[in-house]
Design a protein around this ligand. Structure first.
Ligand SMILES: Cc1cc2nc3c(=O)[nH]c(=O)nc-3n(C[C@H](O)[C@H](O)[C@H](O)COP(=O)(O)O)c2cc1C
Length: 241
């Protein structure tokens, strides 16, 4: 399964089988997490036992307490932490999908009951439930391309593809409060409106946008250059090939 196929197949899953993640699968997931930690200056952690992470009323009611494991999304508290967590956390989510696992981002978790170790100065704004889904989730309503993107002139296919994949990104309460703009110099600006976790959502949407660029051999906008900051003109996409 390619990354783009994983984007198309992924839905949030809130009901999990009573089955631990197999050791080899967990090893691959941890390998991806450590690559993302290095690139994103983060401290994402795979917690094989979810413990009491989802023991608050809302996630319990949603079914998330059935998730066997968790990815704790933490890192040094700074201005771009949430966007970096969104970007690199979603890379892990898509890889999990490729490993036949299912996931659900969860902001209503219990930090106190999450069996995680944080270093001084680190924050953990969100976690991701992970395991083998009892189902594969389901498609949901989406905003249109015109509602989340604009361009100076007619947009080229790579921009439309990027926005189309961003529209498949998970966002808190499905709010989709991100916006992409293609400027006349070829650079892409992205921003988010107000809303709970909207900066994490923006990072997630950028991750999907970058996947569309990579799929056609173009340079990604946010991944290596430091997710969280708007792309400079020199970071603008180059032509395919
Ligand atoms: C930052 C963030 C926080 C979320 N928090 C929760 C949550 O607390 N509980 C929950 O059931 N789903 C949560 N979700 C999942 C969203 O509800 C879900 O992504 C959205 O409805 C779109 O559905 P999809 O992921 O199937 O595309 C969260 C998603 C994101 C990105």
């Amino acid at each position: 399964m390619t990354e783009v196929e994983a984007i198309r197949q992924r839905h949030s899953v809130r009901s999990y089988l009573d089955k631990k993640i197999e050791p080899e699968t967990a090893r691959l997931l941890c390998q991806m997490i450590s690559e993302c930690n290095e690139k994103g200056h983060l401290h994402l952690q795979f917690l094989p036992e979810a413990g009491g992470t989802f023991h608050r009323l809302l996630p319990r009611a949603a079914g998330l307490a059935s998730a066997p494991s968790v990815i704790a999304c933490a890192g040094p508290a700074d201005a771009s932490l949430e966007e970096r967590i969104g970007y690199f956390g979603e890379k892990v989510v898509l890889y999990a999908q490729q490993l036949a696992l299912n996931t659900c981002w969860c902001g209503t978790f219990s930090a106190r009951n999450t069996p995680v170790t944080l270093a001084p100065g680190e924050k953990m704004p969100i976690v991701i439930a992970v395991g083998y889904g009892a189902d594969q989730g389901r498609p949901r309503r989406s905003k249109t391309m015109a509602q989340v993107a604009g361009s100076d002139g007619y947009p080229p296919p790579w921009f439309r593809d990027g926005v189309a994949l961003a529209l498949l990104a998970p966002t808190a309460i499905n709010q989709q409060k991100f916006h992409f703009r293609l400027c006349s110099d070829g650079s892409v600006l992205s921003e988010c409106g107000p809303g709970p976790f909207s900066r994490i959502d923006l990072g997630i949407a950028r991750c999907h946008f970058d996947a569309a660029l990579r799929a056609v051999g173009m340079k990604e906008l946010w991944g290596e250059g430091g997710a969280g900051s708007p792309p400079s003109p020199s970071g603008a996409p180059i032509s395919p090939g």
